[in-house]
Write a protein that binds this ligand. Sequence first.
Ligand code: PLP
Length: 376
Amino acid sequence: MIYLDSNATTSVSPEVVEAMMPYFTTEWGNPSSSYKFGSKLKTVIETARVQVADLIGAQSREILFTSCGTESNNAAIHGALRHNPNKRHIVTSMVEHSSVLNYCMALEKEGYRVTYLPVDRDGLLKLADLENAISEDTAVVSLMWANNETGVLFPVRDIAEICRSKSVLYHCDAVQAAGKVEIDVRKVPLDYLSLTGHKFHAPKGIGALFLRRKAPFSPFVQGGHQERNLRGGTENVALIAGMGKAAELAARHLAGYEKKVCPLRDALEKGILDSISEAELNGHKTQRLSNTTNITFRGIESEALLLLLDQQGICASSGSACLADSDEPSHVVKAMKRDSAASRQMIRFSLNMTTSSTEINEVLSALQRSVEMLRS
Ligand code: PLP
């Protein structure tokens, strides 16, 4: 198998499996219990909190463990809105992940007003649009760090500064950015930031929310006193330990990530654009994650090409894995190109640190063969 779908999920690294094992086997207590067999697990959770905080330049008390990136996104927006009950306006973009878009659409049904900022052909925002969209009634801005389909990076520091200057809370979905680009919340004055473990080699089903000290919050998951009363539910100690370990490894590998992954992504992209006619890049050429390329193959339905690639053992996707079972064209490419054909004819390739140049060459040959077959 050649796996070029790392924006969908990643393998769990062996060190992470090792770090989790005790909590699946011998150390299965409940951290909230009063006796040591359970309560000693609190230190495991606190160690992981430090590891996750270190990945993004936060303090450990600013990290809240959640069940996934989707929950972190929902919880941040919910928390901001609860704090400002008189404000009924949210600003986001047309290219956010479904966990933000669908939550915003649900909020519209409850009477909130939502502005979905457009992007240009390269997937970039106009900051003037953001400034114009924010009004006295705006409770929160939710704009992502890196797009999951194109890898395009939003100017989060500028966004955060605009929000700060207008006294509006800013939530950033950094699920795709973590482990791929430097995130330092000391340099970006945002209020909330979402992470999920499975995009950087921890298991699925564990996420985190950075909650800046003093940022308003109201629990999204209500229940017991876990997570300093901010999220009810018995902590998943094994997965928390795994996310902590994965965050530590991601921080360690960050310096070499772009150097390792970018030349391979560029070789794949150039190989496709040079050798396959009517192939075009979706997304800004440089203001982008180094592991992602998103390409429209004119005249070819994504699903047909993905099927042929799958038959040759190659995993790629036509956008977000969360929407892969729907017939909808990519809302991201549609927002960029305003062309639904392009959004049904695109493939996302997303690499990771283990991708090799042999794999890239094999994918190129397979693509050339498959496109020729589908066009003949
Ligand atoms: N946000 C972005 C940008 C994503 O790519 C994803 C997952 O694909 C999510 C949020 C949701 O994360 P999770 O799968 O952990 O709910």
